[in-house]
Design a protein around this ligand. Structure first.
Ligand SMILES: Cc1cc2nc3c(=O)[nH]c(=O)nc-3n(C[C@H](O)[C@H](O)[C@H](O)COP(=O)(O)OP(=O)(O)OC[C@H]3O[C@@H](n4cnc5c(N)ncnc54)[C@H](O)[C@@H]3O)c2cc1C
Ligand code: FES
Length: 255
């Protein structure tokens, strides 16, 4: 399905943790097509910031035509977004990329840091048995919303919330079991998840993050190394924006 370019209207925006913002947008075109694991390209008003900023979809309300994004202020572009108010207009393109493929197996959903938001819509979309495993650097966010949907195991680097350590430590300590893993988070976490899934002999779908330019598969600016030859590039590289961001963990060659 082709993405749409749309002028979205901000319907709410609030800060939910240090440097983390929760924004809802009215964008009926993109919302009607969106699936868990896909992302939007957001355009800055300041035209010196030419490239769009990719942000994952955290919530989908097709009836109302709304999408929800939760993002961390990382630089000038995300700072600009954090200053937008209700009623402001934001140019976007989306939904982009290949999201998660839901399988009929007990699921373990793993989110790390700013990779946590896309797991919320996925958790809502999975109707079968599921457990969420969330890894925070420090201050937790979205935790109560996850807890309303599924059992949650939490890990934090400082040990202030849940198990002290990584999401894999939380899985082991809380004896989390499942037949498939879905994960989004920083690359070292995704590698640890891929290794864990391989040892357990279960499938893992992982959502990668890479610097992007076009976001639609044209510039080859966002490639990751894959074990199989990609049908588009004909080399062992895939475009994270178009072939991903969600990949089968077995296909990815980690840097
Ligand atoms: C598929 C995908 C989904 C993402 N989902 C989220 C999300 O849900 N919430 C969230 O907080 N962040 C998410 N990110 C990261 C987010 O895109 C960057 O934090 C953001 O682009 C930074 O822009 P900036 O102008 O604030 O920072 P700057 O550092 O000023 O950005 C400069 C340039 O580098 C690019 N860039 C910088 N950091 C990243 C990064 N980590 N990934 C990709 N491009 C980057 C920017 O897009 C911009 O073009 C996602 C990234 C990808 C690729
Ligand atoms: S950003 Fe251009 S191909 Fe992915």
């Amino acid at each position: 399905m082709n993405p749409v370019k749309e002028k979205a209207v901000i319907i709410s925006q609030k800060r939910i943790a240090e440097g983390i913002f929760d924004m809802s947008l009215r964008c009926p075109g993109a919302a009607s097509l969106a699936e868990p694991g896909q992302f939007l390209n957001l355009y800055c008003r300041n035209e010196t910031r030419l490239l769009p900023r990719p942000i994952s979809i955290c919530g989908i309300d097709k009836e109302k035509g709304n999408l929800r994004l939760v993002y961390r202020v990382a630089g000038a572009g995300t700072k600009e977004f954090s200053e937008l108010k209700t009623g402001d207009i934001l140019d976007l393109m989306g939904p982009l990329g290949h999201g998660f493929t839901i399988k009929d197996k007990p699921a373990i959903l793993i989110g790390g840091g700013i990779g946590i938001p896309p797991m919320l819509e996925l958790a809502r979309a999975i109707s079968g048995r599921k457990t969420c495993v969330l890894g925070y650097r420090d201050e937790p966010f979205l935790l109560e919303e996850f807890a309303k949907i599924a059992p949650v195991a939490v890990a934090s680097e400082d040990g202030m919330t849940g198990v002290k350590g990584t999401v894999i430590d939380a899985i082991r300590e809380k004896k989390v079991e499942g037949g498939i893993i879905y994960a989004c988070g920083p690359m070292p976490m995704l590698k640890a998840v891929a290794d864990y899934a391989a040892r357990q002999g279960i499938e893992a779908q992982i959502s990668l993050e890479e610097r992007m330019a076009c976001g639609i598969g044209a510039c080859l600016g966002c490639i990751c190394q894959t074990k199989e030859k990609n049908h588009h590039t004909n080399v062992n590289n895939s475009r994270v924006c178009k072939d991903g961001p969600v990949f089968d963990a077995k296909e990815v060659v980690f840097p």
